[in-house]
Design a protein around this ligand. Sequence first.
Ligand SMILES: [Zn+2]
Length: 309
Amino acid sequence: MNYLLLAFGLLASGVNIALAHDEHDWRKDYMAYLSVQYELPMSYEKSGPARFATKRVDMNFFKEKLTTLSNTTDRRSTENLDVARQFLKEEYEKLGFEVRFEAFGGGANFVAEKKGTTEPQKVLILSSHIDSVRCKGANDNGTGTIGLLAVAQELAKNNYSYTVRVLGFDKEETGLVGSDAYVASIKTKSNIIGNINFEMMGVNSRKDGSFHVIDCQKESSVVISSAIKSSIATLGLPLTVVKACTDRSDHASFWRHNLPAVVISENFFGGDADPCYHAKCDIVDDRLDYKYMGNILEAVLDASESLLK
Ligand SMILES: [Zn+2]
């Protein structure tokens, strides 16, 4: 309850600041009021940047693509993983990303890239694992994979100094095999700015907006988690970061090579894990909270842009 009041307080104080600059623009005042009261995007803007960012990540697109990705019985068999990789290839090519598959012993990672304008050798890696455990994997890890696609849809619209590289890792569920092979194969590791790993993020059953940004307090990784926390505050998003530490996803492969990395996920370790985790009921249904996922993705999009310059 307290964090909700706090979030509202921050938003309200933001309104006061905005009004102090422009006291007589009543249409703007009213839109600001609506955006706070009803969480509507603030679409009226006289000049300059909006005090509250308009929501950018398209959650209708997200829902449509998540439903398509979750169509096969699982993403474990090579055949079904091929279907998923082909689907992602088409989606990223539509966005103008260059796509390739990188084979390793027993599997293939999906890679999509948008080159940086001034320092393309520097790379931010956004990743998710695309395999699932004997189920459709709508949440684990459909939400991470499609969340990343929805963020990429926005990143595709602008140019950045550094390169953004999307990784769809294979065989995460069988021991981080795909990410381990990929990170080991990176030739100049000093060019990697870091990794943001998207994990399951659909369940917010307590409706408290709590989620994880896990850096295990590793010094170089804190730079990334701080960027995400700063975006939450700047955008006034109703999210609370709950501390946890784990190496149970692909970000840990980056840590093993001393590269900065964080994993974002629903409040899995804080008592709000998905009851359908690794179970047949991990399908697209009402337990997935699109507003909550949208807020997480807004924060990660904004932080990614600050890291890509
Ligand atoms: Zn997972």
